[in-house]
Design a protein around this ligand. Sequence first.
Ligand SMILES: NC(=O)c1ccc[n+]([C@@H]2O[C@H](COP(=O)([O-])OP(=O)(O)OC[C@H]3O[C@@H](n4cnc5c(N)ncnc54)[C@H](OP(=O)(O)O)[C@@H]3O)[C@@H](O)[C@H]2O)c1
Length: 313
Amino acid sequence: MTETNKTHHIIYGCMGLGGSWDDSPLEKENIEEARKAIHAALDCGINTFDHADIYNVGKAELAFGEILKENPGLREMIKIQSKAGISLGTAGGFNTYHSSKEYFIRQIDKSLKNLQTDYLDTFLIHRPDPLMDVEEIAETFDYLKSEGLVKRFGVSNMSTSHIQLLQYYCDMPITANQIQFSLKHAALIEEGLTYNITKFSQNGVGDFLPFSKLHNIEIQAWGALDNGLYLNDNDLEETKAVKRLLEKLAEKYDTNPAAILVAWILRLPYNIKPVIGSTKPQRIQRCAEAAKVNLSREDWYLLYVTARADSLP
Ligand SMILES: NC(=O)c1ccc[n+]([C@@H]2O[C@H](COP(=O)([O-])OP(=O)(O)OC[C@H]3O[C@@H](n4cnc5c(N)ncnc54)[C@H](OP(=O)(O)O)[C@@H]3O)[C@@H](O)[C@H]2O)c1
């Protein structure tokens, strides 16, 4: 990994690092696992790392910070992104969303301490908070930028109209939306191609891809591997045809099924960056092979139609 300005097609998702989703302390073996995963990603040329204040209750960022500390010079070679906005278990054990200026500043300060860095390359608002005051968010972004704490801003799980609204008030460009997208969870394209056909249900995400292209918004696809649904040994009837096809295409393109799955996302002519969440070095390396695969139009459609288990209208 050499350049810091050029980002890889794939983002490494750090949600699995640091142990478990509880108050247990960060252990040596958690750090060791993080070290191996981070170095596997770096060895593949992946140089953007996705965090959130809540991942494993802060331990994902803590583990990452340990690796940064032991690798002087690494910070400048990578991009670190984090999110805030979900407050774990704060309403009678249920999560709530927060988006006040004071809350974001406090959470970002905590993330920076845990990560052992003094700035985030990107900060994303984790979820759309119905109580979000967009003018206050604009003020917050200005403050974070002017203090040098955050370089660029984005959102996660937000609609086009949320983004338009935020952009109307914010001077800082909204540069990214991290949203669920995969071969299995493909509503972003499904709704576009079944637009105005009564028998297909729509929940309004179909305009997001054209919107993102028009406004130069990077799409970060979380859940890109569907938690290994098509990659693991399982006897699910619904996965059999896709698994067989992935194997066949892996042979044809001289790669592995995970790379085909990721390449299916990268083949779309939008700025989509799959966020890969495996903690296993070999799985990370298999996904990264996608950068070398250019699926043909026919193979892209074959995979899509096989996964949706229905022909196109
Ligand atoms: N913005 C949001 O709301 C949001 C929500 C969820 C996630 N994210 C981000 O997106 C990243 C990825 O999300 P994700 O972890 O839900 O999705 P993913 O990348 O689709 O799946 C990765 C998960 O699947 C497991 N897995 C099982 N078999 C696998 C196989 N054969 N190959 C690869 N992985 C396999 C991995 O476990 P192993 O570690 O054992 O390989 C890991 O837990 C997260 O790390 C996080 O950064 C964001």
